[in-house]
Design a protein around this ligand. Structure first.
Ligand code: GDP
Length: 354
Protein backbone atom coordinates (compact mmCIF):
# COMPACT_ATOMS: atom_id res chain seq x y z
CA UNK A 1 0.00 0.00 0.00
CA UNK A 2 1.36 3.42 -0.93
CA UNK A 3 0.01 5.99 1.54
CA UNK A 4 0.25 9.66 0.68
CA UNK A 5 0.55 12.50 3.19
CA UNK A 6 -2.77 13.79 4.52
CA UNK A 7 -3.85 17.32 3.60
CA UNK A 8 -4.53 19.41 6.70
CA UNK A 9 -6.62 22.62 6.87
CA UNK A 10 -6.80 25.11 9.74
CA UNK A 11 -10.17 26.69 10.59
CA UNK A 12 -11.69 28.73 13.39
CA UNK A 13 -12.96 32.11 14.49
CA UNK A 14 -11.11 35.29 13.51
CA UNK A 15 -8.31 36.04 16.00
CA UNK A 16 -8.39 32.55 17.50
CA UNK A 17 -4.80 32.14 16.28
CA UNK A 18 -5.03 30.25 12.98
CA UNK A 19 -2.29 32.27 11.26
CA UNK A 20 -0.06 32.11 14.33
CA UNK A 21 -0.51 28.34 14.47
CA UNK A 22 0.37 27.95 10.79
CA UNK A 23 3.43 30.17 11.28
CA UNK A 24 4.45 28.16 14.30
CA UNK A 25 4.09 24.83 12.48
CA UNK A 26 6.05 26.14 9.49
CA UNK A 27 8.61 27.89 11.69
CA UNK A 28 9.31 24.79 13.71
CA UNK A 29 9.85 22.89 10.52
CA UNK A 30 12.23 25.50 9.17
CA UNK A 31 14.29 25.38 12.34
CA UNK A 32 14.53 21.58 12.15
CA UNK A 33 18.20 20.90 11.54
CA UNK A 34 17.91 17.26 10.59
CA UNK A 35 17.05 15.67 7.27
CA UNK A 36 14.09 17.14 5.47
CA UNK A 37 12.92 20.24 7.21
CA UNK A 38 9.89 21.81 5.69
CA UNK A 39 9.27 21.97 1.94
CA UNK A 40 7.34 24.89 0.56
CA UNK A 41 4.65 23.98 -1.96
CA UNK A 42 2.31 26.37 -3.74
CA UNK A 43 -0.39 27.24 -1.22
CA UNK A 44 0.76 24.57 1.21
CA UNK A 45 3.72 23.45 3.32
CA UNK A 46 4.97 19.90 3.60
CA UNK A 47 6.17 18.74 6.98
CA UNK A 48 8.02 15.45 6.50
CA UNK A 49 7.77 12.68 9.07
CA UNK A 50 11.45 13.07 9.94
CA UNK A 51 10.83 16.64 11.07
CA UNK A 52 7.70 15.72 13.02
CA UNK A 53 9.60 12.87 14.63
CA UNK A 54 12.35 15.21 15.68
CA UNK A 55 9.83 17.59 17.20
CA UNK A 56 7.82 14.93 18.96
CA UNK A 57 10.68 12.89 20.39
CA UNK A 58 9.49 9.93 22.51
CA UNK A 59 5.86 10.74 21.68
CA UNK A 60 6.47 9.51 18.16
CA UNK A 61 7.48 5.96 19.11
CA UNK A 62 3.92 4.67 19.17
CA UNK A 63 3.14 6.17 15.79
CA UNK A 64 6.04 4.30 14.23
CA UNK A 65 4.47 0.97 15.06
CA UNK A 66 1.76 1.58 12.49
CA UNK A 67 1.93 -0.63 9.44
CA UNK A 68 1.02 2.16 7.07
CA UNK A 69 3.00 5.20 7.96
CA UNK A 70 2.15 8.57 6.45
CA UNK A 71 5.17 10.32 4.91
CA UNK A 72 4.31 13.61 6.65
CA UNK A 73 1.61 16.29 6.68
CA UNK A 74 0.71 18.70 3.90
CA UNK A 75 -0.69 21.79 5.61
CA UNK A 76 -2.74 24.24 3.52
CA UNK A 77 -1.27 27.72 4.04
CA UNK A 78 -4.51 29.68 3.80
CA UNK A 79 -6.40 29.57 7.08
CA UNK A 80 -10.18 29.70 7.19
CA UNK A 81 -13.12 27.97 5.72
CA UNK A 82 -12.94 29.60 2.29
CA UNK A 83 -10.88 26.60 1.24
CA UNK A 84 -14.07 24.60 1.69
CA UNK A 85 -16.91 26.95 0.87
CA UNK A 86 -15.99 27.68 -2.71
CA UNK A 87 -15.78 24.01 -3.62
CA UNK A 88 -17.79 23.39 -6.74
CA UNK A 89 -18.29 19.67 -6.45
CA UNK A 90 -20.70 18.76 -3.72
CA UNK A 91 -19.54 16.76 -0.74
CA UNK A 92 -15.84 16.74 -1.61
CA UNK A 93 -13.00 18.37 0.25
CA UNK A 94 -9.41 19.31 -0.48
CA UNK A 95 -8.54 18.59 3.14
CA UNK A 96 -8.45 15.13 4.66
CA UNK A 97 -8.44 16.39 8.21
CA UNK A 98 -8.81 19.78 9.91
CA UNK A 99 -7.58 21.63 12.95
CA UNK A 100 -10.40 23.66 14.51
CA UNK A 101 -8.75 26.45 16.48
CA UNK A 102 -10.61 27.66 19.58
CA UNK A 103 -9.44 30.49 21.84
CA UNK A 104 -9.23 28.92 25.30
CA UNK A 105 -10.53 32.07 27.02
CA UNK A 106 -13.38 32.68 24.59
CA UNK A 107 -14.60 29.18 23.77
CA UNK A 108 -16.87 28.64 20.79
CA UNK A 109 -17.56 31.79 18.76
CA UNK A 110 -19.79 32.37 15.72
CA UNK A 111 -17.19 31.36 13.13
CA UNK A 112 -16.19 28.33 15.19
CA UNK A 113 -19.74 27.09 14.75
CA UNK A 114 -19.71 28.03 11.08
CA UNK A 115 -16.44 26.12 10.55
CA UNK A 116 -17.87 23.13 12.35
CA UNK A 117 -20.95 23.09 10.13
CA UNK A 118 -18.73 23.08 7.04
CA UNK A 119 -16.60 20.22 8.39
CA UNK A 120 -19.78 18.35 9.20
CA UNK A 121 -21.26 18.80 5.74
CA UNK A 122 -17.99 17.81 4.05
CA UNK A 123 -17.49 14.91 6.48
CA UNK A 124 -13.98 16.07 7.37
CA UNK A 125 -12.64 14.68 10.66
CA UNK A 126 -11.01 17.24 12.94
CA UNK A 127 -9.13 17.88 16.15
CA UNK A 128 -9.66 20.92 18.35
CA UNK A 129 -6.61 23.05 19.13
CA UNK A 130 -7.47 24.93 22.31
CA UNK A 131 -5.18 27.87 21.71
CA UNK A 132 -3.67 30.66 23.84
CA UNK A 133 -3.13 28.49 26.93
CA UNK A 134 -0.35 30.91 27.88
CA UNK A 135 -3.09 33.51 28.34
CA UNK A 136 -4.91 31.58 31.05
CA UNK A 137 -4.65 33.84 34.06
CA UNK A 138 -1.83 32.61 36.32
CA UNK A 139 -0.34 30.25 33.69
CA UNK A 140 3.29 29.59 34.48
CA UNK A 141 5.71 29.67 31.59
CA UNK A 142 7.81 26.55 31.28
CA UNK A 143 10.62 25.30 29.12
CA UNK A 144 8.88 22.19 27.81
CA UNK A 145 7.22 22.00 24.39
CA UNK A 146 4.95 19.22 25.60
CA UNK A 147 1.61 20.40 26.93
CA UNK A 148 1.14 17.27 29.09
CA UNK A 149 4.33 18.24 30.92
CA UNK A 150 3.49 21.97 31.02
CA UNK A 151 0.13 21.21 32.65
CA UNK A 152 1.87 19.22 35.39
CA UNK A 153 4.01 22.26 36.13
CA UNK A 154 0.97 24.50 36.78
CA UNK A 155 -0.62 25.18 40.15
CA UNK A 156 -3.59 22.97 40.99
CA UNK A 157 -6.00 25.90 40.54
CA UNK A 158 -4.70 26.57 37.02
CA UNK A 159 -4.98 22.89 36.15
CA UNK A 160 -8.58 22.99 37.39
CA UNK A 161 -9.21 26.12 35.36
CA UNK A 162 -7.89 24.50 32.17
CA UNK A 163 -9.94 21.40 32.88
CA UNK A 164 -13.04 23.57 33.19
CA UNK A 165 -12.26 25.26 29.88
CA UNK A 166 -11.78 21.88 28.21
CA UNK A 167 -15.12 20.75 29.63
CA UNK A 168 -16.83 23.86 28.33
CA UNK A 169 -15.73 22.81 24.85
CA UNK A 170 -16.74 19.20 25.52
CA UNK A 171 -20.16 20.50 26.59
CA UNK A 172 -20.63 22.69 23.52
CA UNK A 173 -19.54 19.90 21.19
CA UNK A 174 -21.84 17.48 22.92
CA UNK A 175 -24.84 19.75 22.28
CA UNK A 176 -23.77 19.75 18.64
CA UNK A 177 -23.71 15.96 18.61
CA UNK A 178 -20.01 15.22 19.07
CA UNK A 179 -18.26 13.25 21.76
CA UNK A 180 -14.96 14.89 22.67
CA UNK A 181 -12.29 14.80 25.34
CA UNK A 182 -8.86 16.19 26.19
CA UNK A 183 -6.47 14.13 24.05
CA UNK A 184 -4.73 12.57 27.06
CA UNK A 185 -8.07 11.17 28.21
CA UNK A 186 -9.36 10.00 24.81
CA UNK A 187 -9.90 6.25 24.77
CA UNK A 188 -11.20 5.84 21.26
CA UNK A 189 -9.92 8.36 18.72
CA UNK A 190 -12.45 7.12 16.18
CA UNK A 191 -15.51 8.16 18.15
CA UNK A 192 -14.13 10.99 20.30
CA UNK A 193 -12.79 14.31 19.06
CA UNK A 194 -9.41 15.05 20.60
CA UNK A 195 -8.95 18.46 22.23
CA UNK A 196 -5.30 19.52 22.39
CA UNK A 197 -4.45 22.56 24.54
CA UNK A 198 -1.71 24.56 22.83
CA UNK A 199 -0.11 27.96 22.62
CA UNK A 200 0.71 29.05 19.10
CA UNK A 201 2.77 31.81 20.70
CA UNK A 202 5.06 29.67 22.85
CA UNK A 203 4.76 26.50 20.78
CA UNK A 204 3.69 24.37 23.72
CA UNK A 205 1.39 21.53 22.68
CA UNK A 206 2.36 21.62 18.99
CA UNK A 207 4.19 18.24 19.20
CA UNK A 208 1.09 16.64 20.69
CA UNK A 209 -1.17 18.29 18.11
CA UNK A 210 0.98 16.97 15.25
CA UNK A 211 1.20 13.50 16.81
CA UNK A 212 -2.58 13.31 17.14
CA UNK A 213 -2.95 14.32 13.47
CA UNK A 214 -0.42 11.72 12.31
CA UNK A 215 -1.95 9.04 14.55
CA UNK A 216 -5.51 9.71 13.43
CA UNK A 217 -4.72 9.79 9.74
CA UNK A 218 -2.52 6.68 9.86
CA UNK A 219 -5.15 4.76 11.68
CA UNK A 220 -8.42 5.92 10.21
CA UNK A 221 -7.81 7.48 6.82
CA UNK A 222 -5.83 4.67 5.19
CA UNK A 223 -8.40 4.03 2.50
CA UNK A 224 -8.58 7.67 1.52
CA UNK A 225 -4.80 8.08 1.56
CA UNK A 226 -3.97 4.84 -0.21
CA UNK A 227 -2.70 5.69 -3.69
CA UNK A 228 -3.04 2.26 -5.29
CA UNK A 229 -5.38 2.56 -8.25
CA UNK A 230 -6.40 6.12 -7.50
CA UNK A 231 -7.14 8.36 -10.47
CA UNK A 232 -5.17 11.61 -10.42
CA UNK A 233 -7.35 14.48 -9.22
CA UNK A 234 -6.89 17.93 -7.77
CA UNK A 235 -8.76 21.03 -6.67
CA UNK A 236 -8.18 24.52 -8.06
CA UNK A 237 -7.52 26.89 -5.16
CA UNK A 238 -6.91 30.08 -7.07
CA UNK A 239 -6.56 31.38 -10.63
CA UNK A 240 -4.17 34.28 -11.11
CA UNK A 241 -1.93 36.11 -13.56
CA UNK A 242 1.78 35.83 -12.82
CA UNK A 243 4.37 38.15 -14.30
CA UNK A 244 6.17 36.32 -17.09
CA UNK A 245 3.87 33.30 -16.92
CA UNK A 246 0.46 34.66 -17.79
CA UNK A 247 -2.60 32.80 -16.61
CA UNK A 248 -1.89 30.25 -13.88
CA UNK A 249 -3.87 28.12 -11.45
CA UNK A 250 -2.80 27.06 -7.98
CA UNK A 251 -3.84 23.48 -7.46
CA UNK A 252 -3.82 20.99 -4.62
CA UNK A 253 -3.21 17.56 -6.11
CA UNK A 254 -5.19 15.19 -3.93
CA UNK A 255 -4.48 11.86 -5.60
CA UNK A 256 -2.16 10.37 -8.17
CA UNK A 257 0.52 11.85 -10.40
CA UNK A 258 0.25 14.61 -12.97
CA UNK A 259 2.83 14.69 -15.77
CA UNK A 260 3.57 17.62 -18.01
CA UNK A 261 2.50 15.69 -21.10
CA UNK A 262 -0.92 14.87 -19.60
CA UNK A 263 -4.06 16.77 -20.50
CA UNK A 264 -6.06 18.49 -17.82
CA UNK A 265 -9.83 18.54 -17.88
CA UNK A 266 -11.56 21.19 -15.79
CA UNK A 267 -14.84 23.07 -15.63
CA UNK A 268 -15.10 26.75 -16.47
CA UNK A 269 -18.04 29.08 -16.22
CA UNK A 270 -19.63 28.00 -19.47
CA UNK A 271 -18.17 24.65 -20.40
CA UNK A 272 -15.22 22.31 -20.11
CA UNK A 273 -11.57 23.10 -20.78
CA UNK A 274 -9.29 20.39 -22.11
CA UNK A 275 -5.70 21.51 -22.46
CA UNK A 276 -2.08 20.51 -22.02
CA UNK A 277 -0.31 22.61 -19.38
CA UNK A 278 2.44 24.90 -20.61
CA UNK A 279 4.28 24.16 -17.38
CA UNK A 280 3.90 22.50 -13.98
CA UNK A 281 5.59 24.64 -11.37
CA UNK A 282 6.81 24.38 -7.80
CA UNK A 283 8.37 27.15 -5.70
CA UNK A 284 12.04 27.60 -6.36
CA UNK A 285 14.13 26.92 -3.27
CA UNK A 286 15.51 30.18 -1.83
CA UNK A 287 19.10 29.31 -2.68
CA UNK A 288 18.22 28.84 -6.35
CA UNK A 289 16.40 32.16 -6.65
CA UNK A 290 18.45 34.69 -8.60
CA UNK A 291 15.75 37.31 -8.85
CA UNK A 292 12.74 37.85 -6.56
CA UNK A 293 10.47 37.54 -9.62
CA UNK A 294 12.06 34.23 -10.50
CA UNK A 295 9.89 32.33 -8.00
CA UNK A 296 8.92 29.11 -9.73
CA UNK A 297 10.69 26.09 -11.04
CA UNK A 298 9.25 23.96 -13.87
CA UNK A 299 8.99 20.27 -13.03
CA UNK A 300 8.20 17.27 -15.27
CA UNK A 301 5.67 15.82 -12.82
CA UNK A 302 4.02 16.29 -9.45
CA UNK A 303 2.94 13.54 -7.07
CA UNK A 304 0.07 13.78 -4.55
CA UNK A 305 -0.42 15.20 -2.11
CA UNK A 306 1.08 18.47 -3.29
CA UNK A 307 0.39 22.13 -3.90
CA UNK A 308 1.60 23.23 -7.34
CA UNK A 309 0.93 25.69 -10.10
CA UNK A 310 -0.21 25.11 -13.66
CA UNK A 311 0.64 27.69 -16.30
CA UNK A 312 -1.65 27.68 -19.31
CA UNK A 313 -3.25 30.40 -21.43
CA UNK A 314 -6.40 28.30 -21.60
CA UNK A 315 -7.28 28.65 -17.91
CA UNK A 316 -9.36 31.77 -18.50
CA UNK A 317 -12.74 31.41 -16.78
CA UNK A 318 -11.78 28.48 -14.55
CA UNK A 319 -13.49 28.75 -11.18
CA UNK A 320 -11.66 28.25 -7.89
CA UNK A 321 -13.00 25.20 -6.14
CA UNK A 322 -13.37 23.20 -9.36
CA UNK A 323 -12.08 19.67 -9.58
CA UNK A 324 -9.12 19.17 -11.89
CA UNK A 325 -8.95 15.85 -13.71
CA UNK A 326 -5.80 14.48 -15.34
CA UNK A 327 -6.10 12.49 -18.58
CA UNK A 328 -3.40 10.57 -20.39
CA UNK A 329 -5.40 9.57 -23.50
CA UNK A 330 -8.47 10.51 -25.56
CA UNK A 331 -10.63 7.97 -23.82
CA UNK A 332 -9.90 9.55 -20.44
CA UNK A 333 -10.47 13.02 -21.84
CA UNK A 334 -13.92 11.94 -23.05
CA UNK A 335 -14.71 10.28 -19.71
CA UNK A 336 -13.81 13.34 -17.61
CA UNK A 337 -15.50 15.77 -20.00
CA UNK A 338 -18.70 13.80 -19.65
CA UNK A 339 -18.29 13.65 -15.87
CA UNK A 340 -17.88 17.42 -15.58
CA UNK A 341 -20.82 18.06 -17.88
CA UNK A 342 -23.07 15.85 -15.80
CA UNK A 343 -21.81 17.50 -12.58
CA UNK A 344 -22.57 20.92 -14.06
CA UNK A 345 -26.07 19.80 -14.96
CA UNK A 346 -26.73 18.49 -11.46
CA UNK A 347 -25.46 21.70 -9.85
CA UNK A 348 -27.77 23.59 -12.21
CA UNK A 349 -30.75 21.45 -11.20
CA UNK A 350 -29.84 21.93 -7.51
CA UNK A 351 -29.81 25.71 -7.82
CA UNK A 352 -33.12 25.63 -9.64
CA UNK A 353 -34.87 23.52 -7.05
CA UNK A 354 -33.39 25.24 -3.99
P1 GDP B 1 -6.39 34.39 13.15
O1 GDP B 1 -7.24 35.56 12.84
O2 GDP B 1 -7.21 33.23 13.64
O3 GDP B 1 -5.47 33.98 12.05
O4 GDP B 1 -5.51 34.80 14.43
P2 GDP B 1 -3.99 35.31 14.51
O5 GDP B 1 -3.05 34.20 14.36
O6 GDP B 1 -3.84 36.50 13.63
O7 GDP B 1 -3.94 35.76 16.05
C1 GDP B 1 -4.75 36.79 16.57
C2 GDP B 1 -4.03 37.45 17.73
O8 GDP B 1 -3.85 36.52 18.79
C3 GDP B 1 -2.62 37.94 17.36
O9 GDP B 1 -2.38 39.13 18.03
C4 GDP B 1 -1.72 36.84 17.86
O10 GDP B 1 -0.43 37.30 18.21
C5 GDP B 1 -2.47 36.38 19.10
N1 GDP B 1 -2.21 34.96 19.41
C6 GDP B 1 -2.32 33.91 18.58
N2 GDP B 1 -2.00 32.77 19.22
C7 GDP B 1 -1.68 33.11 20.48
C8 GDP B 1 -1.26 32.37 21.63
O11 GDP B 1 -1.11 31.15 21.64
N3 GDP B 1 -1.03 33.10 22.77
C9 GDP B 1 -1.19 34.44 22.82
N4 GDP B 1 -0.92 35.04 23.98
N5 GDP B 1 -1.57 35.16 21.78
C10 GDP B 1 -1.82 34.52 20.61
Amino acid sequence: MHIRQPIVAVLGHVDSGKTSLLDRIRGTGVQGREAGGITQHIGASFLPTETIKEMCGPLYKKLEQSENKVPGLLVIDTPGHEVFTNLRSRGGSAADIAILVVDVNRGFQPQTNESLKILQSRKVPFVVALNKCDQISGWRKSETKFISQAIKEQDASIQADLDQKVYDVVGTLSILGYKSEAFYRVEDFKSEIAIVPISARSGVGIPELLSVLVGLTQQYLQKRLNQDEKEPRGIILEVKDEVGLGQTANVILIDGIIKKENSIVVAKRDGVIVTKPKALLLPKPLDEMRDPRDKFKPVPQVEAAAGFKIASPDLEGVLPGSTLYVASNDEEIAKYTELIESEMKSVFVDTETN
